[in-house]
Every structure is written in structure tokens, then in C-alpha cells.
Design a protein around this ligand. Structure first.
Ligand SMILES: Cc1cc2nc3c(=O)[nH]c(=O)nc-3n(C[C@H](O)[C@H](O)[C@H](O)COP(=O)(O)O)c2cc1C
Length: 182
């Protein structure tokens, strides 16, 4: 019998404070089709997700979406990658047991020789503690803004935050990852 494809509606409802921390040398890799349905995951992606390989392959990538993540983050992801641009950012992900893990993620389109989008690939590594602390306070502000005024409000807030810090989104995330943002 064919299994129903899993989506975030099938994700655990019992969210916990159980954190999984990546090792310095870990790389988490996944690939999707053009709609964000997972077509490949390396061993560490499958292990940390807590799902079985046949549960996670074929599932929508939002299966591991953590409710703490602001909507604006994924709006930026899809705007960039669907235009064949690269996304870099900090993502809190949800495991099957309700626990979480933070990553520094890179997502980009896979193109054929004519430049058509075949799907997408993401590679993620450990996010430094200081970056996670900074990003948690920003994401809290963005979530509050979204609760008050939706994604438009968080877009305005993000722009103000970047302007106040005299930076751009790209510079900000790279400075956080390298420790240069203080
Ligand atoms: C290659 C690729 C990797 C992705 N990795 C993640 C991820 O690790 N965590 C996540 O929450 N969303 C990831 N996404 C974004 C999801 O497709 C989705 O936009 C996000 O989970 C929000 O889903 P929702 O708008 O249905 O809530 C990825 C998308 C692509 C194309």
C-alpha cells in the first residue's frame, strides 16, 4: 500500500526543549523536487530527523519545520532559490521526537544544462552558540511582529533591524556565522 506523504500536519505536537547539537564536522544534506518534496537525505539528515528513510523521502520538507521559525524566513528562502539565487540562514528544525536542532543552512537550485530548475539542494552545518543567541532574539521579534501584523510587519521589522545595524541580510548572516557580528 502506498503511504500518505508526510507534511507538517504530521509533525510532532509535543514540542520539547530537547536540543541536539551537531558536531563540528557534520554536514546535513537534503535534496528536494521543485515543490520542496524531499528526494534525498544523507545519513545524518535522516538520523537527526528521527524519521525512517522511507518516511522522510517523499515527505514535504516542511515536515521538519519548527513552529519557532518566523514565516518571513521561508518567504526569503523561496523568493531567492526560485530565482536561482543562494539562500544562507539560521534555521531551527524539528525532530520527530519533538526536540530541535539549530543549523546554518545553505539552499540552492539544481539546474539542467538549459538552466531549468530540476529541484533544490541544502547543505547545513553547526551554527555557533553566539549566532544562535543573536538569532533567537531577532526571530522572537519577527514572530511577535507576525502575530500582530502578519508577514508584512515582520518584513518591515527585519529591514529596520538591518538598517539599524547598517548591514544587509547576506552580510549579517555571514558575520554571525564567522563571529564578526557583535
Ligand atoms: C532544499 C530545501 C531544503 C529545505 N530545508 C528546510 C529545513 O531544513 N527546515 C525547514 O523548516 N524548511 C526547509 N525548507 C523550506 C520548506 O520547503 C518550507 O518552505 C518551510 O518548512 C516552511 O513551510 P510552510 O510554509 O509550509 O510552513 C527547505 C526547502 C528546500 C527547497
Amino acid at each position: 500500500m502506498k503511504h500518505k506523504k508526510l507534511t507538517k500536519n504530521d509533525a510532532p505536537k509535543n514540542i520539547t526543549d530537547n536540543e541536539k547539537v551537531l558536531s563540528e564536522n557534520d554536514f546535513i544534506v537534503s535534496k528536494t523536487d521543485p515543490k520542496g518534496v524531499i528526494t534525498y537525505g544523507n545519513r545524518i539528515f535522516i538520523d537527526i530527523s528521527g524519521y525512517k528513510k522511507n518516511e522522510i523521502i517523499g515527505a514535504n520538507h516542511n515536515l521538519i519545520r519548527h513552529p519557532f521559525m518566523p514565516k518571513i524566513a521561508f518567504k526569503m528562502v523561496w523568493e531567492l532559490i526560485s530565482q536561482k539565487k543562494e539562500f544562507f540562514g539560521f534555521v531551527k528544525n524539528l525532530s520527530k521526537d519533538g526536540g530541535f536542532y539549530w543549523v546554518f543552512a545553505y539552499i540552492t537550485a539544481d539546474l539542467d544544462a538549459k538552466g531549468n530548475i530540476l529541484g533544490y539542494t541544502s547543505v547545513r552545518r553547526k551554527a555557533p552558540t553566539h549566532a544562535i543567541e543573536e538569532i533567537i532574539s531577532l526571530y522572537k521579534l519577527l514572530n511577535d511582529a507576525e502575530n500582530r501584523g502578519g508577514i508584512n510587519a515582520s518584513q518591515i521589522l527585519l529591514n529596520e533591524y538591518l538598517n539599524d545595524n547598517k548591514t544587509t541580510y547576506e552580510k549579517f548572516v555571514h558575520q554571525l556565522q564567522t563571529g564578526a557580528f557583535a
